[in-house]
Write a protein that binds this ligand. Structure first.
Ligand code: HSE
Length: 306
């Protein structure tokens, strides 16, 4: 049996719609092995599809099909800490796990770049799946059926505080809220910020983040679907964050915080408990490892809440 661990991701990061994303140290862990039939379980009494409609199974089957191998059954145990439908890349983590897990079970016939291309094709955009695979901060785009990306080394100066609400927002619905065309000035607004954000994260010029995290391509249209969303961004900044943005399609909001600001998280917890009790602050940092496959340790399954 193999263990596949995939990090949460935050896509867009303000101006980088469908392009920029970062891996965060919150994980889904999957235990997989070939089996005669399909057996799928989840920990903590979570309900997950337990038949061929399961996304991880479907992605695993895709790899077997591409490699010309008949798909046997699959034993799969899902132990998920990434909240679903909250803009933290939980579906991307499942897609990546299915692809990488199946590839490992087959002896790794596909290269990492094939997996990156496949994951983005399945997801429709590469901004979650690329950092979920590579870890770190990635800029990517999907063109000519392949992903063109860079894993950009960023200064180790930031914490990320995710404000996770107790309600969901489907990516499909959030994408429908975006207009089909935008004014030229809005395109310039975002592309200049996407470049400034990337450069500033590399050099550690954190003072730029206040403007560099701005966006006018998706957030203004999506806030209408997120009760208190704009107020949460304002409060996150008011508490001292360097910048704050909608994580992926939302509804989670992420604040970029100077690591030197040791009390931001406790200030945020106190303020939010009083003012926005439906939003839970979670302190995170950048995951540098990405998706990881290891042999399952003996006794590992006994420790799970199945
Ligand atoms: N870039 C995507 C969006 C991320 O904002 O719709 C969602 O997974």
């Amino acid at each position: 049996m193999i263990t596949v661990r995939v990090p949460a991701t935050s896509a867009n990061m303000g101006p980088g719609f469908d392009s920029i994303g970062i891996a965060l140290n919150l994980y889904n862990t999957f235990y997989m092995e070939e089996n005669d039939s399909i057996e799928i379980f989840a920990t903590h009494g979570e309900h997950v599809p337990s038949d061929e409609s399961n996304l991880i199974y479907q992605c695993a089957k895709r790899v077997y099909d591409i490699c010309g191998k008949p798909m046997p059954g699959l034993k799969l145990i899902e132990d998920c800490d990434i909240p679903q439908t909250r803009g933290l890349g939980s579906s991307s983590a499942c897609t990546v796990a299915g692809l990488i897990g199946a590839n490992a079970l087959l002896g790794n016939p596909l290269h990492q770049e094939n997996i990156i291309d496949l994951a983005a094709a399945i997801e429709g955009h590469p901004d979650n799946s690329t950092p979920a695979i590579l870890g770190g901060f990635c800029t990517s785009l999907l063109e000519y059926g392949k992903v063109w990306s860079v894993r950009v080394p960023i200064a180790d100066k930031l914490d990320f505080v995710a404000f996770i609400p107790n309600f969901e927002l489907s990516t499909e619905k959030a994408r429908q809220a975006i207009p089909r065309t935008i004014p030229h000035k809005d395109a310039v607004f975002n592309l200049s910020r996407a470049a400034l954000l990337t450069g500033s994260l590399v050099t550690g010029d954190l003072h730029n983040l206040m403007v560099a995290a701005g966006d006018c391509l998706h957030q203004p249209y999506r806030f209408g679907l997120i009760p208190d969303g704009e107020e949460v961004v304002k409060s996150a900044k008011g508490l001292g964050a360097l910048g704050a943005f909608l994580s992926g399609a939302g509804p989670t909001i992420i604040a970029m915080v100077d690591k030197e600001d040791k009390t931001y998280y406790s200030r945020a917890c106190m303020y939010f408990a009083e003012r926005f009790p439906n939003w839970k602050p979670v302190l995170l940092s950048c995951d540098e490892v990405g998706a990881l496959v290891t042999p399952t340790e003996e006794g590992a399954l006994d420790k799970l809440d199945l």
